[in-house]
Design a protein around this ligand. Structure first.
Ligand SMILES: C[S@@+](CC[C@H](N)C(=O)[O-])C[C@H]1O[C@@H](n2cnc3c(N)ncnc32)[C@H](O)[C@@H]1O
Length: 280
């Protein structure tokens, strides 16, 4: 149960939380043995599926594991209380092994050379992408909280792939506008910062050609804890829903939403899906 509770605490699917609520309710109000057993089995099936997927995913590199461990044990609450971080950063923000491997697949399959990682946190996604890039590949990662800069540099430098990563500190929207002024473009753009600004990020990325002609935008938290298909939403949930609706209406792109973890949405320009010769 302790393990289940820990898993539940970070579960992204609201249906799991509803089933768990029901299980707790039945403990006090009672229900037939048959109903309780079926409910227990239903929850167990969720966790078995999660675990099975994890067990059948290649392990992360030791350096990514180190970032994971550090993130889990870092004194985030104390740092925030002491005013050393701008906001209350939490370990569940880290993407983790399964999503990290998914990103690595995308980088490798698309022969990407340049990655833009929007929302660094402790550098997990940045390093995962860097690991799949060629020696002359580059990841630019953007982070708002200055506290994270040295921490990310310290941990990513433990990997030989760390030298491919450069971090820019500031509001992501300003940074991506600067990158557009510099005429930079990227093969993979991973959106993982504040959800209510995703649509603004997207417009700069598409309208100012930050996305290479055959590039892919990878959007994290596309389901945002189920808020996008529920009635109750916070500011980030609203932002995510608006983003999803607008992207679905954008005639320039082809997209797919995959229910991996909290939902990953892939977006490419339509021409990039036609199997033409590389234009760039
Ligand atoms: C979900 S975490 C990123 C996780 C990371 N990509 C990973 O895979 O482990 C989101 C990060 O975005 C940062 N962030 C939030 N708003 C931002 C903004 N406006 N500009 C830049 N970074 C921002 C937060 O400080 C946080 O570190």
């Amino acid at each position: 149960m302790a393990e289940q509770l820990t898993t539940l605490g970070k579960h992204f699917d609201p249906m799991v939380l509803k089933l768990w609520e029901l299980q707790e309710k039945f403990k006090s109000t009672g229900a037939s043995v048959e109903i309780q057993r079926t409910l227990d089995e239903a929850l167990d099936l969720f966790f078995k599926r999660d675990r099975y997927c994890e067990e059948n995913t290649s392990p992360a590199s030791p350096e990514l594991d180190m970032i994971n461990q550090m993130t889990l044990t870092h004194p985030w609450e104390d740092l925030y209380a002491q005013g050393k971080t701008l906001w209350s950063l939490r370990p569940f923000m880290l993407s983790g092994c399964q999503e990290g491997q998914f990103l690595k697949f995308l980088v490798s399959m698309s022969n990407a050379k340049r990655v833009l990682d929007i929302g660094t946190y402790t550098g997990y996604s940045a390093l995962a992408c860097a690991e799949a890039l060629p020696d002359d590949g580059e990841v630019i990662t953007c982070e708002f909280d200055p506290y994270l800069e040295n921490l990310v540099k310290e941990y990513t430098s433990k990997s030989v792939h760390g030298r491919k990563i450069s971090i820019r500190i500031g509001p992501a929207l300003d940074i991506i506008n600067t990158l557009a002024n510099e005429k930079q473009s990227f093969d993979i753009i991973f959106l993982d910062a504040n959800k209510f600004q995703y649509w603004e990020y997207y417009q700069v990325i598409m309208d100012r050609d930050l996305l290479a002609p055959r590039g892919t935008i990878v959007v994290d938290n596309a389901l945002f804890f189920g808020q996008v298909y529920r009635e109750i939403r916070d500011k980030n949930g609203e932002g995510m829903k608006m983003f999803n609706d607008n992207v679905s209406r954008d005639p320039r792109v082809t997209t797919v939403l995959v229910p991996l973890r909290d939902g990953i949405r892939l977006i490419r320009r339509k021409e990039a899906m036609l199997g033409k010769e590389r234009a760039d």
